[in-house]
Write a protein that binds this ligand. Structure first.
Ligand code: ACO
Length: 323
């Protein structure tokens, strides 16, 4: 059957690194508090004028190079972001122009921290349906632009970055016929708006707004929802946790990652963790972590990889991939 194969991946992090110690000079916090509660040591922050599309373009170019193809081979761009360059047009269209692509189609999806899982699902569906052959799926964010830098409860948790994968249609014949995206699961529950949202937007306040979060409540829901999404992925494929080579979870908080892995019965040594270095980069976190583990050789062709994420909405989801 026709499937989407992950043919390459890439990432980009802004040059500037902000440590916990630097944040402690701006708000009443400490390195100890941030590390103990979240596992975060540092984050990358975009330079003035550096936009989400700039980060996305760099990640997309790295993914294309890794896949060994040019932008002219791409006929679809799906970009996940909650921090677009502009209200419209889509940031995906900016990336399309930046790559010099004049064919195919490009659009954004918005599911905050689950955005990459949503974008991957949409691109996979379009490929399996025959409407695309080769897709760039990108998660890119500049959350630094929507943080209240005087609110210590939120500003210490996030960072900027972008990650991308190239998906290619495969007809699943010959060797490696079992490779590709095996299943995706998406969920949302709009009743949980109050627990995690941005208090601005074009239609409500005509401002950009800032991230508002009930941290403890989000934490509780995250572990339950992520474990459920992961279990649904296993069940749908008749697999047990023991058969998973790697989990690449959304990187919001070390304790959420550890608790979820424990609930799923996955040992910590099979979980990719980047939150310490990147903090929470929202839609970029899963493809950035995937890229890191592929580039350093932990994730190998043929490995069974579980991706999962949870974010505002609430939205959450999982994908099971044979690399
Ligand atoms: N430095 C020092 N103290 C702080 C800070 C800070 N940066 N932030 C909050 N505190 C204080 C609080 O004011 C509170 O003080 P009080 O007891 O005097 O009122 C105290 O620390 C404890 O606060 P809690 O919120 O109860 O601490 P908790 O252990 O729950 O940790 C945290 C907070 C890290 C936000 C945690 O709840 C969490 O990670 N939640 C998940 C949030 C998340 O990951 N969101 C990302 C988006 S959704 C997603 O991606 C899954």
């Amino acid at each position: 059957a026709r499937r989407s194969l992950i043919a390459g991946c890439g990432g980009y992090l802004p040059a500037r690194v902000v440590t916990n110690a630097e944040l402690a000079t701006r708000v009443d916090t400490s390195d100890e508090w941030i590390v103990e509660r979240s596992g975060i040591h540092r984050r990358h922050i975009a330079a003035e004028g550096e936009k989400t599309s700039d980060l996305a373009l760099a990640a997309a170019r790295a993914a294309l190079e890794h896949a060994g193809i040019g932008a002219d081979a791409v006929d679809l761009i799906v970009l996940a972001t909650a921090t677009p360059d502009n209200t419209f047009p889509s940031t995906a269209a900016r990336v399309q122009a930046g790559l010099g692509m004049t064919r195919g189609f490009a659009f954004d999806v918005q599911a905050v921290c689950s955005g990459f899982l949503y974008a991957l699902t949409v691109a996979d569906s379009l490929i399996r349906g025959g409407q695309a052959q080769t897709a760039l799926v990108i998660g890119a964010e500049t959350f630094s632009r929507i943080l209240d830098w005087s609110d210590r409860a939120t500003c210490v948790l996030f960072g900027d970055g972008a990650g991308a994968v190239v998906l290619r249609a495969t007809e699943g014949e010959g060797s490696g016929a079992d490779r590709g995206i095996l299943s995706t699961h998406l969920y949302s529950d709009g009743r949980q708006y109050d627990l995690l949202y941005v208090d601005g937007g074009p239609s409500s306040t005509q401002t950009v707004g800032h991230v508002q979060m009930a941290g403890r409540e989000v934490f509780r829901h995250a572990v339950v929802n992520l474990a459920q999404a992961g279990q649904d992925a296993l069940d749908a494929n008749g697999l047990t946790a023991a058969e998973i080579d790697w989990v690449v979870p959304h990187q919001a908080n070390r304790r959420i990652i550890d608790s979820t892995a424990r609930k799923l019965g996955l040992p910590p040594e099979r979980v990719v963790v980047t939150v310490g270095e990147h903090a929470n980069t929202s839609a970029a976190s899963v493809p950035l972590a995937l890229n890191q583990a592929v580039r350093d050789g932990r994730i190998q062709p043929g490995h069974l990889v579980l991706l999962e994420a949870m974010g505002g909405g609430f939205t959450w989801g999982s994908a099971l991939v044979r690399m």
